[in-house]
Every structure is written in structure tokens, then in C-alpha cells.
Design a protein around this ligand. Structure first.
Ligand code: ATP
Length: 842
């Protein structure tokens, strides 16, 4: 006979939120930015140590502080977490209470470690199971206990039974009595914790995991371990059955495709993981809102995960969220994101109630329950209509206090709206980025199939290529669908934004209350953040395209110089470089490129290509492609090495990227001659290096001449400020201009900064009486220093200057500098540079 929940007293409770910070691991780069205070407070330090001038004077810091029910630092073990935050909840299970424990956090933050653990530090799943059986053992009531266990995973929006060897797809059902259930899920009766642990290990071995760049054993699925305890109170209430249900959830980690550096199926998994986590985040948002405003639609149906977690999020369950975070500064944005949702989750309320049923429930009991449920429904309907009418009432009709709280909630809703849009846009951007790659691969496959068909019609290779093509097509279709879905959500979010804006404007026109202005300014600030994000997205697109173009050009140039593909590969292999995914593209692109007049000796390469050149030239063996970072002026060789892993970096703003080496402005011109001959030609000044490259003394650390060593710190200093100004400038542009326009200006600015930098450097050194010659002729002295080479061309004495031999400045840059009508740099003061910049921005 089924058991039925008695309409006994309900207790409303809020979600318990515990935050756990894992220790720094070998994979992490950077410094620890998490501090735990009083076992409750988490302080996230500003990851950016080199703040720019404006940020410093305006005291803009990225430091954040949050309070939670429990906070655990890197030295805490799983047992510490369990004892303080979980133990009492588990004890309620055998009294007929439901509980849900889930770990939430970005990929590699320690969710699986917390839930499953290791032999030395068993996780919450293991510790909970031990407690359940200990409690049953200690119980002296002579009641009968039955413990059953199920273990499922949600992978790519499909549910699988982890306790079945080869499980088929399982479906979710809504059961009026038991809520959401999984039809066909195996539930195994167990008598000891060891037996469940055995099943747990078996299930874990079947779970889908992959090695990604962010985590060696990254869980690609959400896993839910369900423990049901049925207690038959045989003596005191022979007809009564008490049921407790515990769900332990290990979520897959949210990730960015660029960080995990995954492709193909992994990318598809990532998109699905992100989709279900976004659905979970939206539910947490809506539930948080619901508690404050009394109504909000909770989109449980958007994913299987949220449907499974529905009871844990709003139903009959004592729920504990363990938010896991990484202490690394590189993970700052993920950490803040996790903490924001954890903070919101504190507001979520659930209603716990003992699940007491009878074995022989009488019809009159059913009737009583139906009556009481109907009463509750009508009460809730009434409450709902009251709230709705309250919300639709205009502020002018309300009392002053009401007005303030109305405005506050409006302000809150506005920031949520913007935050939601940013999340959606990010997700959309990732999907589009993935599909861009997919389309490139598709094109390559089409061409490869056509080529292969000529050799061997319908052979095994063609078949394999076709299978791969179908997979890519499926991915593209799925991602396109997902993209449409996101776009729709962005549209509805936009609509809501318009509504909110109208409400704010109406409020401002009706009343001069200062709160309106506060809301307005907050709204504008968030709007700016949004603009910046859009800008960043556009720039990242631009950067990706630039890099692709640069690599293609480099390849074509190599081939046009007489090397065939094999020779190039061998050359690359000798240098320890791996060239991936380029063969087909370049072979294909080659014919067009070779006939293109823009190619040849004067081809322009971004410094990404320059970086490859340097690798070849210096004989360093590095993997290809990689980039060099120029953003941190005072970095050591070690820092420099560690900063090379581009994919590990995240949420760099657009101007950061623009200050990097890939812009068309910072190009390296390589003649075919010096490409072959390398070093010696470089010393004769035929290799033209970019101003940025010349400015960076660390690039030429082996080439610095003894006479310039004293001034090296000054060079670094000057380089630093020219970069900082570029940074400030792009900030302004980001708000005002479109990306292409900014790119155009970047070219100008780079030259200008360089000229200023050199001029100032020269003026400093000539004041201090040092024999240092610079290539920017910002005054007559330096003009005279332009020399004529035997072949009649002018070349800058720069190559013998403070950057050492062989660092010849491009003649075109010198010429430009000569014609510059910039005011002479007479002082090196910060102010003069600042006003020059202000003028330039004007
Ligand atoms: N408290 C801890 N002590 C020591 N190492 C830890 C701790 N927490 C996590 N780690 C280590 O960090 C790495 C990532 O942890 P884990 O696999 O649990 O992350 P995750 O959040 O589950 O990632 P994903 O979402 O990708 O599955 C692992 O190598 C793990 O051993």
C-alpha cells in the first residue's frame, strides 16, 4: 500500500549554505586570494595587483566580502565540513525528514572531492552513509528499517542508471504522491554502509569523466545518489510508516570552452553542462526573488537537473548547498559567480515535514487531506492576487515607506535583469564560438572528402570522414537551436529591461526622491558593464580572426618561399612545435593566397606569428601556437613563462587583449630573405620589429648592451606607462565607440605611445648625461643621429641603442616619427603625459 504524506505541521526553513575553499594545487597559477574569517565570512581579495591610476584614486577595488552559514578554508577536511554543517540534517532522515545536499561550483573547484572524497579524506556521501547505518544500529525502538539506494547521472540531458551495467535512457515522471521520480531507476536494498560504498564506487567508475585543461578528471555529468530510509514503527503505531529521503548531488562543473580547451564531443558536453547549470542558476535566482516578492515563475522545466532538484529547492526538504571555490586569482570571476549564487541561495525557503504514512489509509483520511489541500490552494490564490495588486499599484499611491521598499526592489530587479542578460550573452557567445570552430572543421572535412573521393571513391577514409562530418553537423544544429533559445531569452530579458526602464522613468517624473537617482546610477553602471562585455565579445571575435589570418599567412609565406608542407612540418618538429589542424586549411587556402597580391615579402603578421618567428630564431622549443604576454611590465622571466598558457587566462577585458601582441598595429614585417637567413639579417636592420616589441626589453634580454643596462629600469617604467595610457584610452572608447574604430585608433595610439615613450626616455637620459641614443627623433639631436647605410637607405641608430644590437627600428616608424608634430617631450613628468593623452582622447 502506498504511504501518503500526512498534512502534519510544516516547518519553513531556509537553505543552509556552506562555502568550501580548496587548497591551491600544482595546476593553479598565481596567488591565493581567498581569506576565511570567523568560520562564516569569505573575503575575496582583488586579483589585480597592478591597478591603473584611475582605479587607484577612485578606490575601485574588486575585493568582495560574503557571509554564509559556514565557511571552510583550504585546511578544512571533508570531515570538518560534515560535522559542522551536515551531521544533524542526516540524523533527521531516520525520523522521516527529507534532505538534499548538493555541491555547486566551477570546474576543478573541488565538488567531486567534497562529495565523494578520497580514501584518506572520505567525502560527504561516504560520511552520510556511515552516519545513517550508525544511527540505525544505535536505535533502541525495535522499529524495522529498510534502506534502499539508487544512483543516477544526467549526461547531455539524458538520465542513466549508474547501478545498471548498460543502462538505457530513463524518463522523468511527475508522481502526485512522490513528486518527481525517475521511471525504471533501479533501487537496491542494502544492509550496511559498506554495501552502499561498494555500489557508490561501482557507479562512480561508470560515470562520465574527461580530462580537460581545467581538471584532469572533470565530471561531465551530474550525479545523484538517492538513499531512502523506511521505518516501520511496529510497536507503538503498527500501521505507521515513516519515510526519509536523502539526495546527494555532485554537479558537473561550469566551464568556458576556451579554458578547458576542449573540442568535438567534449565541447558538446560542455554546452549541455552549461545549459543545465544556467537553468539551475535561473531557478536559484527566481526562488530568491520569490522569497522577497512573493511571486516569480521558477523555470524548473528548463532542464532535467532542475526537475530532479525541484524538491530540494522548494519542496519538502532540508537542503544544504556546498559552494566550492578555488583560491587561485585566475579563478576570480568563477569564484565571485559561485559566491553570488550561493548568496542568493541563502534566501531560498523550503518546507520540511515528516513523511508519515499509514499502511491502511482510510478513504476518509484521503477526503480530509483533499479538503485541506483545497483550503491551502484557495488561501495561496488569495495571497497571490493580493501580491499582484500590490505590485501593480503605482508608487505615488503608496505611503512613503512603501515607496522606498518598492524602489529598492525595483533597483534589485534591475541589477538582476542586467546580470541575467550578461549571463545569457556569455552563454550565447560561447555557443557561437563553438559553432564557428565547427563550421571551419566542416569546411575542412568537405574539402578532404572531395579530395579523398578522387583518390578512392567511397573508401574507408571517406566513410570515416563522412561520419565525422555528420557528428559536426549534429553539433552545429544543436548549438544553433541552443543559440536561438538564448536569443529568445535575451529578447524577453530586453523587454523586461524596457519595462523596468519605463517604470524608473515614470517614477522619476513623479517624484524627486533621491532613491530614484541612486537606482538610476546603479542601472547605468551595470549598463556600462554590459557594454563592456559586448565589446569584449566583439573583440574576442576579432582577435580569433586575426590570429587565424596570421597563421594562415605565415603558412602561405613559408610555402611560397619554396618549402613544401613536409619540410615545414619537419622544420616545426625540429623546433619542438606541434602544428595542429592546419594542413587541410592551408593546403586549401594556399592557391588563393599565393596569387594574392597582398602576400609575399610585405605580408603583415601579428606578433603571434612574430612569436613563432622568435621561437625559430632563438631556437627555443615551445609548443605552437602560443603567445607572449606584454601586459605586465615588471614581470620576471618566471612570470613570463607562467603567463604563456593563454587558455588558462580568463575574463580578460578587451583592452587587455588589445594591448597584446595580436593587433594588426603591432605587426612584424619579415622579408623573405631574412626569413631564411634569420639572425644575421636582423642585425643589419632588415627585420622590422613592432614598437611594442622594441619597447619590451625583456624580449631582447640577451641583446641588451652593457652601456644600456643602467637604463633598463627606465625602459620598463616608460613601457609601463605607455601601456597604462592605452588601457585608460580603451576604457573610454569601450563606452563610446564601436570595436573597429577603436582598433583603428589603437594603431595610432601604439605609435604615439611609442614615440612619447622614446622621446621621454631620450630626454631623461640626455639630462642625466648618459650616452644613450634612441630612435625617435623628437628633437634635433636625435634627428642628426639618423645614419645612412652603404646602400643609401637610412637606418636608425636604434639598433645600437639601449635595446642592444640587432634591434633595428622600422624605417617607416622613424619616418613617421620625424614627421610627427607632437610637442617635444621636455619633461618626463606624469602630468605632461597625462595632458597629452587627454588631448588625444578629445
Ligand atoms: N580539499 C581538497 N584538498 C586537496 N585537493 C583537492 C581538494 N579539493 C579539490 N582538490 C583537488 O582539485 C582537483 C579538482 O577537484 P575535483 O575534481 O573535485 O573538482 P570538480 O569541481 O569536481 O571538477 P569538475 O566539475 O570538472 O568535475 C582534484 O585534483 C582534487 O584532488
Amino acid at each position: 500500500m502506498p504511504s501518503i504524506r500526512a498534512p502534519a505541521a510544516k516547518k519553513t526553513t531556509t537553505l543552509t549554505v556552506a562555502v568550501k575553499c580548496r587548497p591551491l594545487t600544482d595546476r593553479d597559477r598565481g596567488r591565493d586570494i581567498i581569506r576565511v574569517h570567523n568560520d562564516k565570512e569569505i573575503l575575496v581579495l582583488d586579483p589585480d595587483l597592478s591597478k591603473d591610476y584611475l582605479d587607484r584614486i577612485q578606490n575601485r577595488t574588486k575585493e568582495r566580502r560574503y557571509n554564509f552559514d559556514y565557511a571552510f578554508g583550504p585546511t578544512s577536511t571533508n570531515l570538518d565540513v560534515y560535522k559542522r554543517s551536515i551531521h544533524t540534517t542526516i540524523a533527521g532522515l531516520i525520523q522521516g525528514l527529507n534532505a538534499t545536499i548538493f555541491a555547486y561550483g566551477s570546474t576543478g573547484s573541488g565538488k567531486t572531492y567534497t562529495m565523494v572524497g578520497t580514501k584518506d579524506d572520505p567525502g560527504l556521501m561516504v560520511l552520510s552513509l556511515k552516519t545513517i547505518f550508525d544511527l540505525i544500529k544505535k536505535d533502541d525502538s525495535c522499529d524495522d528499517f529498510e534502506v534502499t539506494c539508487s544512483y543516477l547521472e544526467v549526461y547531455n540531458e539524458v538520465i542513466y542508471d549508474l547501478l545498471e551495467k548498460s543502462s538505457g535512457h530513463l524518463e522523468l515522471r511527475e508522481d502526485p504522491e512522490h513528486g518527481i521520480t525517475v521511471a525504471g531507476l533501479r533501487s537496491i536494498k542494502v544492509n550496511s554502509a559498506d554495501k552502499i560504498l561498494e555500489l557508490l564506487n561501482l557507479g562512480n567508475s561508470r560515470r562520465k569523466t574527461e580530462s580537460t585543461e581545467a581538471n584532469e578528471t572533470s565530471s561531465r555529468s551530474h550525479a545523484v545518489l538517492g538513499i531512502n530510509v523506511i521505518r516501520k514503527q511496529s510497536k507503538r503505531y503498527p500501521n505507521q510508516v515513516v519515510r526519509g529521503k536523502l539526495s546527494l548531488v555532485d554537479l558537473a562543473g561550469s566551464e568556458r570552452a576556451s579554458e578547458t580547451n576542449s573540442g568535438g564531443q567534449k565541447l558538446r558536453d560542455g554546452a549541455n553542462i552549461n545549459r543545465s547549470l544556467l537553468a539551475l542558476a535561473n531557478c536559484i535566482n527566481a526562488l530568491g526573488k520569490q522569497q522577497k516578492k512573493g511571486l516569480a515563475y521558477v523555470p524548473y522545466r528548463n532542464s532535467k537537473l532542475t526537475r530532479i532538484l525541484k524538491d530540494g529547492l522548494s519542496g519538502n526538504s532540508q537542503t544544504i548547498m556546498i559552494a566550492t571555490i578555488s583560491p587561485a586569482d585566475g579563478q576570480y570571476h568563477h569564484t565571485i559567480n559561485t559566491l553570488k549564487y550561493a548568496n542568493r541561495a541563502k534566501e531560498i525557503r523550503t518546507h520540511i515535514q515528516k513523511n508519515i504514512g499509514t499502511i491502511n489509509t482510510h478513504v476518509s483520511d484521503y477526503q480530509r487531506m483533499i479538503d485541506s489541500l483545497q483550503n491551502e490552494v484557495s488561501r495561496l490564490r488569495k495571497e497571490l492576487s493580493e501580491k499582484e495588486s500590490q505590485l501593480s499599484a503605482k508608487p505615488s499611491e503608496k505611503a512613503a515607506d512603501d515607496e522606498i521598499s518598492w524602489l529598492n526592489s525595483l533597483s534589485q530587479e534591475t541589477s538582476e535583469n542586467v546580470q541575467e542578460r550578461i549571463n545569457l550573452q556569455k552563454a550565447l557567445f560561447e555557443i557561437e564560438e563553438i559553432n564557428l570552430r565547427n563550421r571551419t572543421e566542416l569546411q575542412q572535412l568537405d574539402d578532404a572528402i572531395a579530395k579523398q573521393q578522387d583518390i578512392e571513391k567511397d573508401g574507408a577514409v571517406v566513410q570515416a570522414l563522412r561520419v565525422r562530418r555528420q557528428v559536426i553537423l549534429d553539433n552545429i544544429r544543436d548549438n544553433d537551436e541552443l543559440g536561438v533559445h538564448y536569443k529568445k531569452e535575451i529578447e524577453s530579458n530586453e523587454k523586461r529591461r524596457c519595462q523596468l526602464q519605463n517604470m524608473i522613468e515614470e517614477a522619476i517624473s513623479n517624484n524627486g526622491n533621491k532613491t530614484y537617482l541612486r537606482i538610476l546610477s546603479q542601472y547605468r553602471l551595470l549598463g556600462i558593464a554590459n557594454t563592456e562585455l559586448q565589446f569584449e565579445m566583439a573583440m574576442r571575435d576579432q582577435v580569433i580572426n586575426n590570429q587565424r589570418e596570421a597563421f594562415k599567412n605565415l603558412w602561405n609565406l613559408l610555402v611560397s618561399l619554396g618549402l613544401d608542407e613536409k619540410q615545414i612540418m619537419e622544420l616545426a618538429a625540429k623546433q619542438g612545435m606541434t602544428i595542429e589542424n592546419w594542413t587541410t586549411t592551408n593546403q586549401l587556402g594556399l592557391v588563393n593566397r599565393l596569387s594574392s597580391p597582398s602576400l609575399g615579402c610585405s605580408s603583415r603578421y601579428s606578433l603571434s606569428s612574430g612569436c613563432v618567428y622568435n621561437q625559430l630564431h632563438n631556437g627555443e622549443s615551445q609548443s605552437f601556437p602560443q603567445r607572449q604576454e606584454f601586459s605586465t611590465p615588471l614581470f620576471s622571466t618566471e612570470n613570463r613563462k607562467s603567463s604563456r598558457a593563454y587558455y588558462g587566462e580568463e575574463h580578460r577585458s578587451s583592452y587587455y587583449y588589445m594591448a597584446q601582441d595580436h593587433s594588426p598595429a603591432t605587426c612584424v614585417n619579415i622579408t623573405s630573405q631574412n626569413w631564411f637567413s634569420g639572425g644575421p639579417n636582423a642585425q643589419r636592420g632588415t627585420i622590422e620589429r613592432s614598437p611594442m616589441e622594441l619597447c619590451d626589453p625583456l624580449i631582447h634580454r640577451n641583446e641588451v648592451s652593457p652601456c644600456s643596462r643602467n637604463s633598463r629600469q627606465e625602459e620598463v617604467f616608460m613601457y609601463y606607462y605607455s601601456y597604462k595610457y592605452a588601457h585608460l584610452y580603451f576604457r573610454t572608447c569601450a563606452m563610446l565607440l564601436n570595436p573597429m574604430y577603436i582598433l583603428q585608433h589603437q594603431i595610432l595610439l601604439t605609435f604615439k605611445s611609442f614615440r612619447e615613450c622614446m622621446g621621454e626616455f631620450h630626454s631623461r637620459n640626455s639630462h642625466s648625461g648618459q650616452q644613450v641614443r634612441v630612435g625617435t627623433p623628437c628633437n634635433k639631436d636625435s634627428e642628426r643621429r639618423m645614419e645612412t647605410t652603404p646602400d643609401g637607405s637610412t637606418h636608425s641608430p636604434f639598433r645600437d641603442g639601449p635595446f642592444g644590437q640587432g634591434t633595428g627600428i622600422p624605417n617607416q616608424v622613424s619616418a613617421k616619427s620625424r614627421s610627427s608634430n607632437l610637442p617635444p617631450q621636455e619633461t618626463s613628468s606624469f602630468d605632461s603625459r597625462s595632458s597629452a593623452l587627454a588631448q588625444f582622447i578629445k
